[in-house]
Design a protein around this ligand. Structure first.
Ligand code: SER
Length: 879
């Protein structure tokens, strides 16, 4: 016998949501709140699945906060917008319940728990459930059959299209397995066609996330085997509430009833067309309240355009129902009431939601009124089809989106010439392109010309990491462009931006600008004449002036910069406190990985002072001081004692960054909210850069770990090479240095001995001048000491002689020695004077006793000449 779910305890949407989260919490999952509809992921416009906020975790780009998580995620998909209201289960806005494993459990548990939840918590009769697996996934097949006990003919193998899930053309993906509910089990098991929507509804998708797909479609295994599941809340509500479609569940129907009341209608007694309009309103109004609550406003591009289109469709269907005038905020009030328990931000943002919806509705009603007369004429004249040119006039002059004209046409049994519309659109683009003067930014004063055309960029990045803005200008190599294709380096000017432009020593932010169909990676941001020039590269699509983009900074980089910037302020305060109050800033650099602080100080810091400064900064970090940021007149800031940089130009209003009791500086940079966020601070060096200016290089925040890791690797490597423990390294190095010194001494002795031995061979070269045996010679690579020993020994052997030796023991060094016997001395030769004179010829000097003297010089090339001079002088003196 087939049972029905009437015995289910859990039926309301709220109860289904709660039961899901509690079931998985009991299985060790952390309940995470729903992420915003505006995704962090720049490659998608809106959050389209429960897994999206976890994408970086699946890709191994971010650590998982816990190995298991469960969420009820608000999602929007607009790819099936035409089917909304027409089928039982298509939506733009929906909630996806999900359980996730990040490299923790895999198929076996995911399958067992999905079954347990479906049959024991939601109490769906097992005989009403059919499952699908990916074509080749024998594991999943076996688990359903053997572990869960599903008869094999109720496990359907399906192809790539249905059972291989991916969040987009690239990114994490994997085979999946789905659970279907059978509305008509009485039809029997002979022909189980899961694509038959009138019989089956897929309510739970288990994705075995294990690959990453690249731009060329190649699959590479992810680091981990993960689980990503999605259960449609509205679908489960339809099943458990036993209503014919998702719209009649308690999650949506109250909105439909409100709209029906405003139109003076009864939903159940209405014809199908009217019901469709009511369902469209029920669906879209849920979507738009959440979109505005998450900060989206209506515009002509990106997600702003999705919002505009949804609002216009609501207004349009309201008119089809016969509602006169503005009504959307009244329906929105019903939607807010329905959603506020699960999503309190819709109530908090109610004012903003109402204002945005009213404004956009009023604008569109005006458009409709203006266009309606024309539309009536066009419809009356159309013979089967509305021409592309007419559709374009409605679009261009009256603001009717093409889809809207198509819908209206369809209601009258007409079509629209889309190709003709595209031609008119292209002609219009060309006309505006011709009319638009390209701004040549290479020309003198070109930024001023840009300034005439557009407003300076507004910086919103103190509070926001993400913003939506129109592209105000695009430049390639400084020349203005209307469009810039993929693969090109580009500079982008936005009307407003969360990206910090390089200034005050702090580098510009990195991140992404994502348009509806293009993405620009931003590498750097410079400020010029009030414009923020985002420098980067178009990664895909074609960037276009006027397009709406989501500007999103790389938050990890920003966090690192903030840690380094606040640490720079603390460093200045610590230097003043621990070293001297006279210290003042001479310059600074705040980068992602390091900071540099130059300051006026007449002397080097002692190692103890450096250590004290470092300790002071770390103490303030540990003490967890909160930041107070205020904008005030400069005089007020100075009166409060804020540190300003000497010689820096400030405006009348200044921004003051105050960590009360620790540091107060005028600064336009971005800072941590609390010193504790810095974590750790480490000074790397203290050096002199110019007379009276010292420089400290340091790291703060996550960069400390990176720095210490590099140091640690060096120490480990050395310890391994020396085969000692790291702490034994200093002793080991001292011992080595001593060994080296001893070896060097031994080498010197040996060299001297060798020189002496070699010098014996010189005896034959001695000339006899005036009865004195004279020997002048160069020895190769002999130290001063060895040279002296050799000279003494030669003089001894020659008995009454005069010996002059020279050598270059190393590059840039000359050693000389003179040793004179009795006759030479009697002839008034003085070794000291003599060799001093010779040494001068080699760029040096020296002297000593009359009979033996040494000297040195710096020009080995001059040595042969100098020795020749010595020979001549001896000849003259003795001859
Ligand atoms: N990511 C899958 C889906 O959206 C399962 O959550 O269907």
């Amino acid at each position: 016998m087939v049972s029905s779910p009437s015995s289910a305890v859990v039926t309301s949407g709220a109860a289904i949501r709660q039961a899901f989260l509690e079931f998985y919490a009991a299985k060790g999952h952390r309940i995470e709140p729903s992420a915003s509809l505006v995704p962090e992921d720049p490659t998608v416009l809106l959050t389209i699945a429960g897994m999206l906020p976890f994408k970086p975790i699946f890709l191994g780009q971010r650590p998982a906060p816990s190995p298991r998580a469960t969420t009820s995620q608000k999602c929007i998909r607009t790819n099936d917008i035409e089917n909304v209201g027409r089928t039982a289960r298509h939506h733009t806005f929906f909630e996806m319940l999900g359980n996730f494993s990040f490299g923790d459990y895999f198929k076996k548990d995911a399958i067992a728990w999905a079954w347990e939840l479906s049959t024991e918590v939601y109490k769906l009769p097992p005989e009403r459930l059919v499952v699908s697996v990916f074509r080749d996934d024998d594991d999943a097949f076996a688990l359903w059959r053997d572990h869960v006990g599903i008869p094999p003919h109720r496990i359907i193998r399906m192809g790539e299209e249905d059972n291989f899930w991916a969040s987009g053309p690239t990114g994490p993906c994997g085979p999946c397995s789905e659970i279907y509910y059978d509305f008509h089990p009485e039809l029997g098991d002979d022909h189980l066609d899961l694509e038959d929507d009138s019989r089956f509804i897929e309510f739970y998708n288990l994705v075995f996330m294990q690959y990453n797909r690249d731009t060329e479609g190649h699959l590479t295994p992810l680091q981990n085997q993960n689980i990503d599941t999605g259960m449609g809340l509205e679908r489960m509500a339809q099943i458990l509430q036993r209503v014919p479609n998702n719209y009649e569940t308690d999650l949506i129907f109250p909105i439909i009833e409100t709209a029906a009341q405003l139109a003076g209608l009864n939903y159940y007694q209405s014809d199908e067309k009217t019901q469709v309009s009511l369902k469209v309103i029920g669906d879209h109004v849920r979507a738009v309240i959440h979109m505005v609550a998450d900060g989206i406003t209506a515009s002509n591009g990106g997600r702003g355009y999705v919002l505009r289109r949804l609002i216009r469709r609501v207004v349009r269907h309201g008119r089809l129902l016969g509602i006169e005038g503005a009504f959307i905020s009244r329906v929105a009030a019903a939607a807010i009431q329905l959603s506020e328990t699960a999503f309190p931000n819709v109530r908090e943002r109610e004012g903003a939601i109402t204002a945005e919806l009213d404004r956009e509705e009023a604008r569109f009603l005006e458009t409709l009124e203006r266009g309606e007369k024309l539309l009536t004429e066009i419809l009356a004249q159309a013979q089967g089809q509305i021409s592309g040119a007419d559709a374009f006039v409605l679009y261009d002059t009256y603001g009717f989106p093409l889809e809207l004209t198509q819908e209206i046409a369809e209601e009258q049994g007409l079509t629209v010439d889309e190709a003709g519309f595209a031609v008119s659109m292209a002609e219009q683009r060309q006309r505006s392109k011709d009319a638009h003067e390209t701004i040549d930014l290479t020309a003198q004063g070109s930024l001023d010309r840009l300034a005439d055309a557009i407003h300076p960029t507004e910086f919103i990045g103190y509070d926001a990491a993400v913003g939506t803005s129109a592209v105000a200008a695009l430049m390639v190599n400084g020349v203005g462009r209307e469009t810039v294709p993929a693969g090109t380096e580009v500079q982008v000017v936005l009307a407003e931006t969360p990206f910090y432009g390089e200034s005050g020593g702090q580098v510009g932010d990195r991140g992404y600008l994502a348009g509806e169909d293009f993405v620009i990676r931003v590498e750097d941001v410079q400020k010029e004449s009030g414009f923020f020039l985002h420098r980067g590269r178009v990664e895909r699509g074609t960037a276009t002036v006027g397009a709406q983009v989501t500007a999103q900074i790389d938050r990890a980089c920003r966090r690192r910069v903030m840690a380094n910037h606040t640490a720079t302020h603390l460093l200045q305060a610590a230097l003043k406190k621990r070293v001297s109050d006279d210290i003042s800033q001479a310059g600074s650099l705040v980068d992602f990985d390091r900071l540099r602080f130059d300051f006026n100080c007449p002397r080097a810091l002692t190692p103890e002072e450096v250590q004290q400064v470092e300790e002071q900064v770390n103490t303030w970090i540990a003490e967890s001081h909160g930041a107070e940021v205020a904008v005030m007149p400069i005089e007020a800031a100075k009166a409060k004692g804020a540190i300003a940089m000497f010689g820096e130009k400030y405006g009348a209003e200044v921004r003051v960054i105050d960590f009360p009791g620790v540091s107060m500086e005028l600064c336009g940079g971005t800072h941590v909210g609390n010193t504790a966020e810095i974590g750790l601070f480490k000074i790397i060096s203290e050096t002199g850069v110019a007379s009276g200016i010292r420089r400290i290089e340091a790291v703060a925040g996550p960069a400390v770990l990176a720095y210490l890791n590099v140091r640690d690797a060096v120490v480990r490597d050395l310890a391994e090479r020396f085969k000692v423990q790291p702490e034994e390294l200093p002793d080991r190095v001292t011992a080595l240095q001593n060994n080296l010194k001893t070896a060097q001494k031994e080498l010197d002795t040996l060299r001297a001995e060798l020189a002496v031995v070699k010098s014996d061979q010189l005896l034959d070269q001695a000339d006899t001048i005036g009865g004195v045996k004279v020997l002048v010679a160069e020895l190769e690579g002999v130290s001063a000491d060895a040279l002296k020993t050799a000279a003494e020994r030669l003089l001894q052997k020659l008995e009454d002689g005069a010996v002059v030796l020279g050598s270059s023991p190393e590059a840039g060094k000359v050693s000389l020695v003179a040793a004179f016997g009795p006759t030479a001395l009697a002839k008034k030769l003085q070794a000291g004077k003599f060799i001093g004179g010779i040494a001068q010829l080699c760029g040096g000097g020296g002297g000593g006793r009359p009979n033996l003297a040494q000297a040195g010089g710096r020009d080995p090339e001059k040595l042969p000449e100098a020795l020749a001079t010595a020979q001549q002088q001896l000849q003259a003196a003795l001859g």
